[in-house]
Ligand binder design. Structure first.
Ligand SMILES: *Cc1c(COP(=O)(O)O)cnc(C)c1O
Length: 385
């Protein structure tokens, strides 16, 4: 059975929770940085499933790994060992310079694990988080997510204090005897691609050391080459106590991870945390293939170079409505003086997928495999709009 656009939308309207504002677009397939809708129209994808498809859609090596693994073993639970989880854990530990990994299935779930671990390791209950932070929608993650609209209906949440982002002194002032940890994104994603000043993370690390408080870095969006490093923490050279990652981890396959230094990780003992699907054989096969592709195609370097190129191109645009352009690798935000939803619609009509975050920030997080020509097409079309 092949449904047309209207039939698909009607079923969503009848049967699916109405929690998302969706673009009027039903996608049938995708390859590299090109997405095709149910009518056969093609789009250049500058969203990549929200910083997920870093290796491009349906990368043949990831597809092949999933196919081969699916024929051999899909799932067995964490009651048993699998080779894939062992190999991926080692690889991730090396890539992040953190000692241990807990596998889960999403960003919010990784954050839940991080908050639980920080509470257990510190014996304390409160978190210091930052204004405009986004850490996910489950209850623990929501308690450190800043947006009032997301939080209000679900209060009381876990105790957290919010301080301005990019203000290390504010973090110093907020830490007290009840603080379990400080959580922040190395670059704020949903908050509007906010890049902190150079010394910020290093200073926060020093403050956390001085005050004996755990530092949790949320790299759910910034991981796997997105910002021109494997993980954005490398820009500042710091090592957090706990780190979360997810979005681009499985090459499009849903997967997340929480990592920690041994001294902290050892506070979680058997029974403290678990996930039925976490690190299952199929997800790990996808992630292993995904990491191989990033290495083989040198996508981290490519992210850095193409990110610089994209920022330069955007800076060359008509400046009438442009307030600021910010970028770290291929995580680029163009803040406008107007709301950007109309621009997203017009771009889509012309064949380019863009995302708008924080109402007025156009966010570019395309596949790291996107070509210069595809970026050029997207940018020149923006100029016309
Ligand atoms: C997307 C995101 C999350 C939540 O991830 P989900 O997989 O949607 O639960 C958490 N933290 C950051 C920084 C994110 O960008």
């Amino acid at each position: 059975m092949t449904l047309n656009y209207d039939e698909i939308v009607r079923k969503y309207e009848k049967y699916v929770f109405q929690t998302y504002t969706r673009q009027p677009l039903a996608i049938k397939k995708a390859c590299g940085a090109v997405v095709t809708d149910v009518n056969g129209k093609e789009y250049i994808d500058c969203v990549a499933g929200i910083a997920v498809n870093n290796v491009g859609h349906c990368h043949p090596a990831v597809v092949d790994a999933i196919k081969r693994q699916a024929e051999q073993l899909i799932h067995v639970s964490n009651l048993y060992y699998t080779e894939n989880q062992a190999l991926l854990a080692e690889e991730l530990s090396k890539l992040t310079m953190l000692d241990r990994v807990f596998f889960c299935n999403s960003g919010a779930e990784a954050v839940e694990g991080a908050l639980k671990l920080a509470r257990k390791a510190s014996g304390k209950k409160e978190f210091v988080a930052t204004e405009h932070a986004f850490h996910g929608r489950t209850r623990g993650a929501l308690s450190v997510t800043h947006k009032e609209k997301y939080r209000k209906p679900f209060e009381p949440l876990a105790p957290a204090v919010f301080v301005p982002y990019n203000d290390a002194d504010a973090i110093r002032a907020a830490i007290n005897e009840n603080t379990a940890g400080v959580i922040l994104e190395p670059v704020q994603g949903e908050g509007g691609v906010i890049i902190p000043s150079d010394g910020y993370l290093k200073e926060v690390r020093e403050i956390c050391d001085e005050k004996d408080t755990l530092l949790i870095l949320d790299e759910v969006q910034t991981g796997f080459g997105r910002t021109g490093k494997w993980f954005a923490k490398e820009h500042s050279g710091i090592i957090p106590d706990i780190m979360t990652t997810a979005k681009a981890m499985g090459g499009g396959f849903p997967m997340g991870a929480m990592l920690a230094r041994e001294e902290v990780a050892s506070n979680f003992v058997r029974g403290d945390h678990a996930s039925t699907f976490g690190g299952n054989a199929l997800a790990c096969a996808a992630a292993i293939a995904n990491i191989e592709v990033i290495k083989k195609e040198k996508l981290v370097k490519r992210s850095e170079e193409l990110g610089d190129y994209l920022v330069k191109r955007l800076e060359g645009l008509n400046k009438d409505y442009v307030k600021e352009i910010r970028g770290k690798g291929l995580m680029v935000g163009m803040e406008l003086s107007i709301k950007c939803e109309d621009i997203v619609s017009k771009a889509r009509e012309q064949g380019v997928l863009l995302n708008c975050t924080s109402e007025s920030v156009l966010r570019f997080v395309p596949p790291l495999t996107i070509t210069k020509e595809q970026l050029d097409t997207a940018v020149s079309m923006l100029n016309d709009i």
